[in-house]
Design a protein around this ligand. Sequence first.
Ligand SMILES: Nc1nc2c(ncn2[C@@H]2O[C@H](COP(=O)(O)OP(=O)(O)OP(=O)(O)OP(=O)(O)OC[C@H]3O[C@@H](n4cnc5c(=O)[nH]c(N)nc54)[C@H](O)[C@@H]3O)[C@@H](O)[C@H]2O)c(=O)[nH]1
Length: 149
Amino acid sequence: MALRACGFIVFRRLAQSSPPPDNIEYLLLQTSYGKHHWTPPKGHVDPGEDDLTTALRETQEEAGLGEEHLQVVDGFLQELRYEVRGQPKTVLYWLAELRDPKMAVTLSKEHQDYRWAKLEEACSLAQHKDLQDTLRAAQQHLDTEQGKH
Ligand SMILES: Nc1nc2c(ncn2[C@@H]2O[C@H](COP(=O)(O)OP(=O)(O)OP(=O)(O)OP(=O)(O)OC[C@H]3O[C@@H](n4cnc5c(=O)[nH]c(N)nc54)[C@H](O)[C@@H]3O)[C@@H](O)[C@H]2O)c(=O)[nH]1
């Protein structure tokens, strides 16, 4: 059976020091195992768990950010499919804004570092094209939303 994981592209908006889109930073975490790759908070769906619950649980466990700290953005959900050690894996990412941009991130043992990165730096850390495309889609979504107000 395919592996399945869910998580959040978490972003924060900096105070109006820089104009959009440079006021947006994305949260990436670096694993403390394997090749020390960077991804947004996410993880495997537990048996019987629904996808959004997994995304919230993993974001709490991996970054210390709970549902009450996040504002989920309507209308954004991306599905990635790739192979891990010969097994197909599906990853779903929702998009959420950190309500208090100054709130600290608390890592678990699974990660050794984190970064709040603007789009281009986030894409360079992400390395995989599908994750880069997802980050760009998030930025596009936020740009469009911002244009409406
Ligand atoms: N010691 C050790 N332990 C490990 C290792 N591995 C796992 N553990 C244990 O598993 C637990 C994690 O449990 P959860 O948190 O529930 O799951 P996830 O969050 O899903 O975490 P994973 O790391 O399993 O999965 P991915 O992030 O998907 O990385 C897997 C591969 O895919 C590449 N990859 C990553 N992202 C993308 C992408 O967007 N696009 C594409 N195309 N490729 C991408 C990436 O470069 C890598 O090569 C940990 O507690 C460890 O105990 C390991 O190598 N050594």
